[in-house]
Design a binder for this molecule. Structure first.
Ligand code: BCO
Length: 564
């Protein structure tokens, strides 16, 4: 009888329609989070069924181009078919089981989307990483996460091989490549893999993905998200901030290593049955972006403010974006001047969203809302965002304090589960009944939040979250550096950039300073992901310190921002 009921419920679930209004109610915390949820079987496979029943042709689920004539378009059905095969590669030749962890360092190629979906189908925990990671970064991530498998491309395979012997947990290496590489499995295994796969039944709280994210101290921490926080958590964002429908085509430019790629390229669009458009540009080039917006039917553009700052340097009136109707930005604050320039040349507003790897979207300018340029918008459901003081009391409108999220009896389901292996850091994010974002700001009478800066030493440059400690650790490995302090410094294009104050060792004091600065920049790019390199370097005799010898980064930062 039990077996009968189990099968009956399974069948009912499989053939149940995709009830988006239920997901909306869950996203707003008006309905309980279901005990079981898996984005692949509960959403993607449902869109595949809907697609089959439609009479008129649908947009593809994924539309990928590489600008060199390469193009792939997958319907939800094709995505399902291919990702089931990848799931069989993961549980077959790769030997992965539910709960095992996999690091995926891939550029914007379709295989990334397949692996993402295949991990949901198998219950393997997906850990994406940017292709800018160096051998040292990869080693750190393999050891910290205890990942059993890594997937990457030819360009990064030598970096993985150079550290693999130190990574005792790593069992399988999978390469996405046209050629064979010794000791690596090839993604081409997919061709022979079976296309039948039963998606695992995952609880909403089960771990689904881990992101490495930078903080003030130490090396990046592991932010763990669950099937509920990650899948269900992005419903509101996709529907109301991104304003997506099945007839839209969204182009979100984020690198695959960041949560923004998950929001803008996976969960945001696919929850709404929208096409995720991807242009695999090997290098960022504003002209390529503008031409792509003219040639392809992109309706919705999502990118970091730095990209908009770079785009408005061009004469936009020479380009006609026939289908573009909604523009989004996130990852760093967008300045009102850029919004104004974009609007005057394209007729379109930029709708800013503010979020974090830990908790997704916190505030946003939802479509149709009055935009107050320079503000982050209003609290995004299900969050109750408040500005609080150091005792945890809510501050009145206009007063600066910590941007925080009210937590009632239990944490909102959209929150990350924990910093893996770091209960102290996990607990440190809570003050009384509030989650502390680490950002400072104020709220006006209308509930709009205004960002003021970080409360810690984290640097937000071009949308990247950069920990000063990571850059200082890279610098100290160079023989010229006795010590350094790394802080943010204002920049017209990137919002802020990394600046290093460096004390030189005596034997380097007579060296050409310009050449030495370039050498140190190249050195940092080799030791750690290049986006972190100090774009400004100042050589100093000594660093400001407290009586106990702690470097006063805040003093240097305030000077940079003209606050002293
Ligand atoms: O600017 P430079 O040329 O001096 O240096 C660049 C690269 O050339 C260099 N580099 C890259 N790979 C290298 C290398 N150097 C040596 N060897 C290599 N293998 O390193 C620098 C990297 O800087 P970049 O990434 O900013 O490059 P670029 O081309 O200027 O790109 C501009 C942007 C705007 C496209 C880029 O900065 C970007 O993608 N920013 C957005 C980041 C983002 O998506 N953030 C969102 C995070 S998620 C989040 O915030 C949570 C929200 C809920």
């Amino acid at each position: 009888i039990q077996t009968f009921y189990r099968l009956f419920h399974q069948c009912r679930k499989t053939f149940a329609p995709l009830n988006l209004s239920d997901y909306e109610a869950i996203g707003r915390c008006e309905q309980e989070v279901p005990e079981y949820f898996n984005f692949a079987s509960d959403v993607l496979d449902k869109w595949s069924q809907i697609e089959k029943k439609r009479k008129e042709p649908s947009n593809p689920a994924l539309w990928w181009i590489n600008g060199k004539g390469g193009e792939r378009k997958w319907s939800f059905e094709e995505l399902g078919f291919e990702s089931r095969k990848v799931a069989n590669v993961l549980s077959g030749p790769c030997g992965l089981q539910r709960g095992d962890r996999i690091i995926v360092i891939l550029p914007r190629i379709p295989e990334w989307w397949l692996l993402n979906t295949a991990c949901m189908r198998t219950g393997v925990v997906f850990i994406p990483g940017t292709t800018q990671l160096t051998a040292k970064d990869i080693c750190y991530r393999l050891l910290a996460s205890k990942a059993k498998c890594i997937v990457t491309i030819d360009a990064l395979a030598p970096a993985v091989d150079s550290v693999a012997s130190q990574c005792q947990f790593l069992k399988t290496k999978l390469i996405v490549s046209e050629s064979r590489r010794a000791e690596w499995l090839n993604f081409k295994l997919l061709k022979a893999a079976p296309a039948v796969h039963n998606c695992v039944k995952t609880r909403s709280q089960d771990p689904m993905t881990i992101y490495f994210t930078s903080g003030t101290t130490g090396f990046p921490k592991m932010v763990e998200h669950s099937y509920g926080s990650f899948g269900l958590g992005f419903f509101i964002c996709g529907r109301y901030w991104m304003n997506l429908t099945p007839s839209d085509v969204v182009w979100s430019m984020s690198d695959t290593g960041w949560i923004k790629a998950a929001i803008g390229n996976v969960f945001g669009p696919w929850f709404q049955g929208t096409c995720a458009f991807v242009h695999a540009m090997p290098q960022f080039d504003p002209k390529v972006i503008l031409n792509t917006l003219c040639r392809y039917p992109v309706t919705t553009l999502c990118s970091a403010p730095t990209v908009y700052r770079m785009l408005v340097q061009h004469d936009l009136t020479r380009y006609t974006f026939k289908t573009l109707k909604h523009c989004l930005s996130g990852g760093e604050p967008v300045n009102p001047e850029v919004m104004e320039q974009w609007k005057s040349q394209t007729g379109l507003n930029i709708y800013e969203g503010y979020g974090q790897t830990e908790i997704g979207m916190i505030c946003g300018n939802m479509k149709g809302m009055k935009i107050k340029p320079g503000s982050l918008g209003k609290a995004a459901p299900p969050y109750d965002v408040q500005i609080i003081d150091e005792k945890g009391s809510v501050l009145p409108p206009g007063e600066e304090g910590d941007i925080a999220i009210k937590i009632d009896a239990k944490r909102p389901f959209t929150f990350f589960t924990r910093y893996v292996d770091d209960p102290v850091k996990t607990a440190s994010t809570i003050r009384g009944n509030f989650y502390i974002t680490g950002d400072r700001g104020s709220m006006d009478e209308d509930g709009y939040i205004w960002f003021m800066g970080r409360s810690d030493d984290v640097i937000i440059s071009s949308g990247y979250r950069i920990g000063p400690f990571e850059v200082e650790s890279a610098l100290i490995e160079h023989p010229a550096v006795v010590e350094s302090a790394v802080v943010s410094s204002p920049d017209a294009i990137r919002g802020e950039v990394v600046k290093a104050f460096v004390v030189l060792s005596p034997s380097f004091k007579t060296h050409d300073r310009k050449k030495l600065a370039c050498e140190l920049q190249d050195h940092v790019k080799k030791v750690t992901a290049p986006y972190k390199y100090p774009r400004k370097i100042e050589f100093v005799e000594q660093l400001p310190k407290t009586i106990t010898g702690k470097i006063k980064r805040s003093e240097l930062r305030n000077k940079e921002w003209g606050q002293i």
